[in-house]
Design a protein around this ligand. Structure first.
Ligand code: T4K
Length: 374
């Protein structure tokens, strides 16, 4: 039996993809904003309920370009409890990440800590909707407005997530998505920037194409962030299956929550105000009342070929390129430091059956029970 991994790409039947490949072969347009690319942008705007989307080769290139497009300078406040790509995008743009602590309930940036981290060098805030759970959008907007800051949401985990006002992706100035193979919606590799107006989208599209404005004009040091036609075509096929994939994830999520509800010391991270979740991750916190450590539980699962992941341990602020920053000190980040020691993301993907969920939970329960007898 293959190991049960934390995630697994949801793949459509191969035969559905073939006609799209044939169309690409016929046209010989392989990249640079071809018809598949344009169709996917339009289809995603309609599906997600957002005004403008620019596709990218991956989420990290999208983050890099989003930071560049917002013309940020000096310091940008962000979370240490995330994937390292976000802070790297700041560093690559010559900016200083300033880490602020997270809220113990949502595991997203704590607005009070954002406010306390603002200095006269701050030009932006880069929050992350961690695990697809929305940040405190209203509080962040209030802080940004009061201080004249730009807001770039790292929405890599938040494909299809909605809040009472609509898509979570329309909050802030820009939002960045990842369509990596490990994500709910994937194009093998891929990403996107959601923007509010046509002029911003046009600027982003130039920046992801070397900064080319026209045949004889290049006005910025843009990168090559373009998505190919094959990736875009795959996205068009995937989109036809996304609702079914999210619905299956919702069942797995509910099954885990029901079975884990009574396990002492295990907390399932609750949703944070979304009207639709995408169930992209299933994080639990292994608290001090649980008889064995998070790492011991991780190892026990691994021993049974269940590959859970400690997203996001270590904290970004722990890595050598960030460690010396004053804001990276663990005493500045007590909640994130504790959560990084407790968190474990259990497997959740459409390849799982109910018995897989039960197998995972049995091991979690055994961890609780074995120590109850010791
Ligand atoms: N912002 C945030 C908040 C992010 O989480 C990410 C990416 C980004 C920005 C950047 O977006 P991208 O530039 O990646 O588009 C993964 C992903 O590589 C990364 O995309 C993701 N976040 C991060 C949270 O996780 P790993 O190193 O944990 O992936 P890996 O290869 O260990 O895969 C995990 C499991 O998935 C494997 O055990 C097996 C399964 N898997 C994976 C791949 C790649 C498959 O079944 N098939 C596959 O093709 O980083």
């Amino acid at each position: 039996m293959p190991p049960l991994t934390v995630t697994q790409p949801h793949l459509p039947p191969l035969e559905e993809f073939i006609p799209y490949l044939e169309a690409i072969w016929d046209r010989r347009v392989l990249t640079n904003g071809g018809p598949m690319h344009q169709q996917l942008e339009a289809a995603l705007c309609a599906y997600l309920g957002v005004p403008h989307i620019s596709l990218f080769a991956n989420g990290t290139a999208a983050l890099l370009t989003a930071v560049q497009a917002l013309e940020l300078s000096g310091e940008v406040i962000t979370t240490p409890f995330s994937f390292v790509a976000g802070a790297h995008a700041l560093l690559w743009n010559g900016l200083t990440p300033v880490f602020a602590d997270i809220d113990p309930e949502t595991l997203n940036l704590d607005p009070a800590r954002i406010e306390a981290a603002v200095t006269e060098r701050t030009t932006g805030i880069m929050p992350v909707h961690c695990y697809g759970n929305p940040c405190d959008l209203a509080a962040i907007e209030r802080i940004a407005r009061a201080r004249g800051l730009r807001v770039l949401y790292d929405a890599a985990h938040a494909f299809g997530v909605t809040v009472p006002d609509g898509s979570v992706l329309t909050a802030g100035d820009l939002s960045v998505l990842s369509f990596h193979a490990t994500k709910v919606f994937n194009t093998f590799e891929g990403g996107a920037i959601v923007s509010h107006d046509a002029a911003t989208k046009q600027r982003i599209d130039q920046l992801k194409n070397f900064g080319i404005v026209d045949e004889t004009t290049v006005d910025a040091a843009g990168l090559n962030g373009k998505m190919s036609e094959v990736n875009a075509a795959f996205g068009l096929v995937q989109l036809q299956h996304i609702d079914a994939a999210i619905a299956r994830r919702a069942q797995i999520d509910a099954h885990y929550r029901a079975l884990l509800a009574e396990v002492p010391g295990i907390t399932c991270v609750p949703p944070s105000g979304q009207t639709r979740s995408n169930h992209s991750y299933f994080p639990i916190l292994v608290g001090s009342e649980y008889p064995v450590s998070r790492n011991a539980l991780y190892t026990a699962l691994k021993g049974q070929d269940i590959l859970s992941r400690r997203y996001f341990h270590p904290l970004i602020s722990h890595f050598p390129m960030y460690r010396a920053l004053p804001s990276a000190a663990p005493r500045n980040l007590p909640v994130a430091t504790r959560v990084a020691e407790q968190v474990l993301c259990l497997p959740i993907h459409t390849g799982m059956c109910d018995a897989d969920v039960e197998r995972v939970v049995t091991i979690v329960r055994e961890g609780a029970a074995c120590a109850a007898h010791s």
